[in-house]
Design a protein around this ligand. Structure first.
Ligand SMILES: Cc1cc2nc3c(=O)[nH]c(=O)nc-3n(C[C@H](O)[C@H](O)[C@H](O)COP(=O)(O)OP(=O)(O)OC[C@H]3O[C@@H](n4cnc5c(N)ncnc54)[C@H](O)[C@@H]3O)c2cc1C
Length: 282
């Protein structure tokens, strides 16, 4: 039995923030994580349920100068078709193409994927690579948090009970920036990643710089891999560099063994996918 006493559907960020300030509440966006988690008893609803779907200012992708804002209610499907994403952040479209099924992509929001804080959350890995910042709003004000400082553990983050994630900001990557995303599971679709990788950097005359490397499903949170970034920074992307980076990538992670994959297999996947992306961008 649900203990929901009030149902609210605000149409502005201001009204949603005021509702969050009034007392314990549960936010629902697409509901694709929340409904399963409450249905299974993994989570319980707070007395107030706030449906944020009517807040149109939190939907869509815009560019202001060198900053791209992806509204929290932007869906995974939107990423596949948006012109700004295609031009400046194409790795997010690559990720969207590997995400669940059409039905789930249509309902799943970027904000929900981030706030669910799964170590295997697919959109988080390329957004870490693109150095995204999350924008959090409370009735008392707005703060920005770098995505790589947002997660504190599986299902946990620094977001406060009175805060709403309204979007993510990403600086337009520099000229010559190339990147990729890889995800592996036993099936090609509708699969939680056993491991995922996103690598990006400026590739000029065969040399890579401004390197960013992120991994999913190999630690309690999605992570950046500073070791792999150092192994690549300023190097010529030849066979030797790529193989050495794959080795550093796999030894830099310490994944768990669970029902979906062993720690050894996850490290192997990290190596293979890192090398594949580097071969593609070289
Ligand atoms: C069959 C199936 C397949 C799936 N496949 C994938 C997959 O391939 N890859 C993947 O990464 N995930 C997958 N998922 C998980 C899920 O679809 C995603 O995590 C999705 O992006 C969640 O978004 P949502 O809008 O449905 O979030 P919701 O379920 O509405 O919310 C998720 C959590 O975030 C909170 N929340 C939501 N929006 C906000 C906000 N703006 N501010 C503050 N808190 C907020 C909610 O309170 C809740 O705790 C799958 C789920 C299902 C059921």
């Amino acid at each position: 039995m649900s203990n929901i006493e009030n149902y609210l559907a605000p149409s502005s960020i201001e009204d949603a923030a005021a509702a969050l300030a009034a007392g314990p509440a549960t936010i629902v966006a697409g509901g694709t994580d929340l409904m399963l988690q409450t249905g299974s008893g993994q989570k319980t609803y707070a007395p107030t349920l706030i449906n944020i779907q009517k807040i149109t200012e939190m939907r869509g992708i815009s560019k202001d100068g060198d900053t791209i804002r992806i509204g929290a209610l932007t869906t995974i499907t939107d990423l596949l078709t948006d012109a700004i994403i295609a031009e400046h952040l194409p790795v997010l479209a690559t990720m969207a193409d590997k995400f669940a099924s059409d039905q789930i992509r249509n309902a799943s929001s970027i904000g929900g994927n981030i706030c669910n804080a799964s170590p295997a959350g697919d959109s988080i890995v390329p957004m870490l690579m693109y150095k995204a910042e999350v924008v959090l709003v409370a009735s008392t004000g707005t703060r920005k948090v770098p995505l790589n400082e947002f997660f504190t553990g599986p299902g946990k983050s620094v977001i406060q009970e009175n805060e709403l994630l309204i979007g993510v900001d990403i600086a337009v990557p520099p000229a010559g920036f190339k990147g990729g995303f890889g995800k592996f599971g036993p099936r090609p679709a509708l699969e939680i990643a056993m491991a995922s990788v996103s690598v990006g950097g400026v590739v000029k005359d065969g040399v890579i710089s401004d390197v960013r490397v992120a991994f999913g499903a190999v630690a309690p949170t999605p992570i950046r891999s500073a070791e792999t970034e150092v192994a690549l920074e300023g190097k010529k992307l030849d066979e030797e560099t790529i193989s050495a980076a794959g080795e550093v990538a796999s030894s830099s992670v310490n994944p768990i063994t669970d029902v979906r994959a062993s720690d050894w297999y996850r490290r192997h996947l990290i190596r293979v996918m890192t090398e594949e992306i580097l071969n593609d961008v070289s």
